[in-house]
Write a protein of this length. Structure first.
Ligand code: TYD
Ligand code: MG
Length: 458
């Protein structure tokens, strides 16, 4: 096969250049040219005109006349993983699974592949990061010595594709997409153009051959661009690992799923023998304080189908000339907004204070229902006074100082009561119609009401 021509395309104006330049010759933007391959002009022209002459117009069908078919899924046999996938890996589907290095991507996939191999056979694990013997060592550690999963240690895209075409496995894992490189491109493995081009080829192969492909991608802190983010639009399902490597809990969250619900969460614990599903995770993100401490407020988050209780911690401390606002697991811009609302609508000023907030256990909370708990934790740290024992709060806060309802408030309250929480501060619109046993509920409409309730000693 003739080597295809390398071409550089500008991400800003889509102009092209035959060589790499720092500045786009068309729109004069800097650092926007990305390497790609172009079929030779005459070949593509010939193909196009031949195709146009020979091909009849394609048939178009009314939507109502198309029979909606259920997709064919292979369950992985790991319940928490199937939950986020929406029931299993879809035939010809492409799943991207991202996360920090060392978080457990290879472990989880090896466990899943072994389970699938036992049930339906014909799996292939392509390893580019580790040698075959390293994968075998992990399998031993997981107690999968007799595993029938086939392993291919290879990083060259063309060879991987040839192997996939020859063996047509039911499911193939590519661990990781950053190590795969194509001969056609001169840029280094792991660069944006290599990652994108290789993932595009593999996706096309999945669609034409029916092989389900799972791509592993590292999220890199500094070079986030070369990480899995550039692939999100190409694939059917995107899963991300969350959690701190030093804590044993891991969350797998679906952030895109063409074949299932998004924001569904799978919860695992990393053990000596791999990842184990946690089927009842609602209390794992609480730190155990014997007595309530200042700067801590528990919230009930509900992403996906299960409510979880998460402790929000805040530390407010005198700052130097430029006060810092830092958040772990929560959105920093939202924190700045909440501090402004706290000042403007409840008269609590943090201008000369550093403010740090943290969602315990490495969980990331993106839903605005965390707002009220964040504000109460800040207020509690500022005053040095703990919130009541057995206290939870949730509710979104608006710029006008209003406390807005959170979706499915009843479920959140019931879960808190089930775990022994006794006092709740919630938005008025979430107030339960019937009392919930064991739970005293205070419903508020505005931020100043909430803050005053705390100030006056509950
Ligand atoms: P790994 O799956 O290699 O991470 P990734 O592929 O995301 O980079 O897992 C890494 C960590 O998990 C490693 O630090 C060791 C730990 N681990 C266990 O605690 N128990 C186990 O059974 C296995 C296989 C790994
Ligand atoms: Mg790995």
């Amino acid at each position: 096969m003739a080597k295809e021509k390398t071409i550089y395309t500008c991400t800003a104006c889509a102009g092209t250049s035959a060589k790499w330049l720092g500045k786009c010759p068309h729109c004069e933007e800097w650092n926007t040219l990305i390497e790609g391959v172009e079929e030779s002009a005459s070949a593509s022209k010939n193909r196009y005109s031949t195709a146009r002459n020979l091909a009849p117009a394609s048939a178009v069908t009314a939507l109502s006349a198309i029979e909606a078919q259920d997709v064919d899924r292979t369950p992985t046999g790991i319940e928490e993983l199937d939950r986020v996938l929406g029931g299993g890996i879809v035939e010809a589907g492409v799943v991207l699974i991202g996360g920090d290095p060392g978080i457990g991507k290879s472990t989880l996939l090896l466990q899943a592949m072994d389970a699938i191999q036992r049930k339906s056979g014909n799996t292939l694990y392509v390893t580019g990061e580790e040698s075959g013997s390293q994968v075998a060592m992990r399998a031993r550690r997981l107690g999968l010595d007799q595993s029938g999963v086939s392993v291919l240690a290879e990083t060259q895209l063309e060879k991987i594709i040839a192997t996939l075409e020859a063996r047509t496995p039911r499911i193939a894992v590519i661990d990781s997409i950053q190590t795969v490189y194509s001969e056609q491109l001169s840029s280094a493995p792991g660069s944006v153009s290599q990652v994108r081009e290789c993932a595009a080829h593999l996706t096309r192969l999945a669609k034409t051959s029916g092989i389900s492909i799972v791509l592993v991608g590292h999220v890199t802190k500094e070079g986030a661009l070369a990480g899995p983010r550039v692939l999100e639009h190409m694939v059917d399902t995107v899963l991300y690992f969350e959690g701190e490597t030093h804590s044993s809990f891991r969350l797998v969250r679906a952030i895109k799923n063409r074949f299932g619900a998004v924001n569904e969460i799978g919860v695992f614990a990393m053990t000596e023998r791999g990842l184990k599903g946690v089927s009842n995770p609602s209390a794992i993100f609480l730190s155990q304080h014997a007595e309530p401490v200042a700067g801590s407020c528990v919230m009930v988050t509900l992403e996906g189908s299960r409510p979880m209780l998460v402790e929000i911690q805040a530390l407010v401390d005198h700052s130097g000339p430029s006060p810092r606002r830092l958040s772990v697991g929560l959105d920093r811009d939202r924190l700045a907004m909440l501090l402004a609302v706290l000042h403007r609508h409840a008269g609590v000023a943090c201008m000369d204070q550093d403010v740090f907030v943290n969602a315990v256990g490495g969980v990331r909370i993106s839903e605005p229902a965390a707002d009220l708990a964040v504000l109460l934790a800040i207020q509690s740290s500022l005053r040095g006074k703990p919130l009541p024992k057995g206290f939870i709060a949730f509710g979104e806060i608006g710029l006008a100082g209003e406390v807005r309802p959170a979706p499915r408030g009843q479920e959140r309250l019931k879960e808190a009561a089930k775990l022994g929480f006794t006092v709740a501060l919630i938005p008025k619109a979430n107030a339960p119609k019937k009392p919930i046993e064991g739970l005293t509920v205070h419903a508020v409409e505005r931020v100043d009401e909430a803050i005053n309730w705390v100030r006056q000693g509950f």
